[in-house]
Design a protein around this ligand. Structure first.
Ligand SMILES: Cc1cc2nc3c(=O)[nH]c(=O)nc-3n(C[C@H](O)[C@H](O)[C@H](O)COP(=O)(O)OP(=O)(O)OC[C@H]3O[C@@H](n4cnc5c(N)ncnc54)[C@H](O)[C@@H]3O)c2cc1C
Length: 416
C-alpha cells in the first residue's frame, strides 16, 4: 500500500479497518542468496539498498527480537555530518544527503527535522579547533557556521553563557543537522525492503555460523538452519559475539550508553546543543520532552541499562548549561549496547571468510550513518568491493596503522 493523502482519507472514511500490515511475517526459507543478521537500522537499510540499487531481492533479515528493539529504537535521534577527517567526511555527508530524500524514497514519514546542531566551545583553544573543523567542512562542501557568544545567546536565551567554570565563547553550527524519529526509520526501511521482496524474520536469533573450507554457507538459528551464499553482520553491540562464532576477534568493546527524556514542556530548545566541556547533548522532541545523554558507562557490558554515576554526571552537565532545567522532572531513561571501535570509526568491509561481510564499530554515532551505512554495505556485499565512501572503513586498518581517529584520542573507548 502506497501511503498518500488519498489513502489517508480513504481509510479515515472507512473506519481505518483496511490498512494492510506494514510488512509481512514470513516463515524462513531453507536458503537465500543473501542473509543480513540484525534487524536494526543498518541491517534493514542494507536489505533495502540490496534490492533497490542492485536488484538482489532473495534476501532475509534475521532479527533475534523485534524490529526496533536494538539501538535504532534507543538512540537520541541526532543526525549531522560535521566531521574533520577525509575518511569520514564523504561518508557522513552522503548519509545526510540520503536523510534529506529519505521520506520520499521510502514513502514513510520519519519526521526528518533539520533544526541544526550547535557544538558549544568554552576556551580560545577550543575555538581554534572548531574553526579548523568548520573550515575543513566548508572546503568539502559541507555547511558550517562559527558563531560568537551573542549569536549563541540569541538562539538559546536559556543557556548560561556566563557560567564561571565553563563560559560559553561561541559555537560551531551545522544548520542541516538535526533529528529524525528513530523507530520510524526502522519501520520505514523494514516496510520499504519488504515491498521489494525482502523477508524480514523476527524472533530468529542466529546461534552459529556455518563455514566450510574458509567460505560461509549458512547460519544456525533458533528457527533452524538457513543457507546463503553471502552473509552480512549488522548486529551493532553484539558484533564481537557474532564475529566470535566465525573465530574472529574484533577491535571492538561493548559498552552501555544511556539516554534520558524529561516531562513534556512547551518549545524551549530549538536545536540540538552539545556541551564542549564534557560529554553532554540535548534536544527537544516533537512531543515536548527534552531528550539528552552523555558519556558511556565506561565498563564492558551487554546489559541494556546503565548505572547511577552517569545519571548524576548527565544531570550536572544539563544544569551547568541550562540552570532552569532544575525545575523539570525527568521521566524515563534506558540504555543501549554500543559497539565501540578502538579509533571511534566504523568498519564496513569484507572479512577473511569468503562471503562473510562486516558492518560494525558505530560507537555513539551510528544512527546518523544509517542510510549511508546501508547503501555502502549493500554495495560491498553486492560487488565484493567497498565503495569509495566506505573505502577507509577497513577491518585491517588496526593492523596496518591507518586508523581514523577524529579526536586524536587513541584506543580509549570512553574518549571517542
Ligand atoms: C542511548 C543511545 C543514544 C544514541 N544516540 C545517537 C545519536 O543521537 N545519533 C547517532 O548517530 N547515533 C546514536 N546512537 C548510536 C546508534 O543508535 C547506533 O550506532 C546504531 O543504531 C547501530 O546500528 P543499528 O541501528 O543497526 O543497531 P541495532 O538497532 O542495535 O541493531 C542490531 C540488531 O541486531 C540484533 N541482533 C543481535 N544479535 C543477534 C543475533 N545473534 N541474531 C539476530 N539478531 C541479532 C539486535 O537484536 C538488534 O536489533 C545512540 C545509541 C544509544 C544506545
Amino acid at each position: 500500500m502506497q501511503y498518500s493523502l488519498a489513502a489517508l482519507l480513504r481509510n479515515a472514511l472507512s473506519g481505518n479497518t483496511h490498512w494492510s500490515p506494514a510488512w509481512r511475517d514470513p516463515q524462513p526459507k531453507p536458503s537465500y542468496d543473501t542473509i543480513i543478521i540484525g534487524g536494526g537500522g543498518h541491517g534493514l537499510a542494507t536489505a533495502y539498498f540490496l534490492a533497490k540499487e542492485h536488484g538482489i531481492t532473495d534476501v532475509a533479515v534475521l532479527e533475534k527480537a523485534y524490529i526496533g528493539s536494538g539501538n535504532v529504537g534507543r538512540n537520541t535521534t541526532i543526525i549531522r555530518s560535521n566531521y574533520l577527517l577525509p575518511g569520514n567526511t564523504p561518508f557522513y555527508e552522503w548519509s545526510l544527503k540520503l536523510w534529506e530524500g529519505l521520506e520520499q524514497d521510502i514513502n514513510f514519514n520519519a519526521m526528518v527535522s533539520q533544526r541544526g546542531v550547535l557544538n558549544l566551545f568554552h576556551s580560545d583553544g577550543q575555538r581554534d579547533a572548531f574553526a579548523r573543523r568548520g573550515n575543513a567542512m566548508r572546503l568539502n562542501g559541507v555547511d558550517a557556521e562559527l558563531l560568537g557568544p551573542n549569536e549563541v545567546r540569541r538562539l538559546h536565551p536559556l543557556l548560561d553563557l556566563d557560567n564561571p567554570r565553563f563560559p560559553v565563547k561561541g559555537g560551531l553550527l551545522q544548520r542541516r543537522g538535526g533529528t529524525v524519529r528513530h523507530d520510524a526509520v526502522a519501520w520505514g526501511y523494514a516496510r520499504a525492503a519488504d515491498r521489494r521482496g525482502v523477508d524480514i524474520i523476527q524472533n530468529c536469533e542466529v546461534t552459529g555460523l556455518r563455514i566450510e573450507s574458509g567460505r560461509i554457507i549458512g547460519v544456525e538459528t533458533t528457527r533452524g538452519t538457513i543457507h546463503a551464499k553471502r552473509i552480512g553482520l549488522a548486529v551493532a553491540g553484539n558484533s564481537s559475539r557474532l564475529a566470535a562464532m566465525a573465530g574472529m576477534r574484533l577491535p571492538i568493546e561493548s559498552h552501555v550508553l544511556q539516554a534520558f527524556v524529561s516531562e513534556g514542556v512547551k518549545p524551549l530548545i530549538d536545536q540540538v546543543v552539545t556541551f564542549g566541556a564534557a560529554h553532554f547533548y540535548i534536544s527537544q522532541s516533537d512531543k515536548g520532552g527534552l531528550v539528552f545523554g552523555g558519556d558511556i558507562d565506561g565498563y564492558n557490558s551487554y546489559a541494556q541499562r546503565g548505572s547511577l554515576p552517569i545519571v548524576e554526571d548527565v544531570m550536572s552537565c544539563a544544569l551547568a548549561l541550562f540552570p532552569s532545567l532544575g525545575r523539570l522532572r525527568y521521566l524515563r531513561q534506558w540504555g543501549g549496547i554500543m559497539d565501540m571501535s578502538m579509533d571511534g570509526s566504523p568498519i564496513i568491509d569484507r572479512t577473511p571468510i569468503e562471503g562473510l561481510y562486516l558492518n560494525a564499530g558505530w560507537c555513539y554515532g551510528g544512527f546518523k550513518a544509517t542510510p549511508a551505512s546501508g547503501w555502502c554495505f549493500a554495495h560491498t556485499i553486492a560487488t565484493g568491493q567497498p565503495h569509495a565512501f566506505n573505502a577507509a572503513y577497513r577491518l585491517d586498518r588496526f593492523a596496518s596503522g591507518h586508523v581514523i581517529d577524529e579526536g586524536g584520542k587513541g584506543a580509549v573507548p570512553n574518549l571517542h
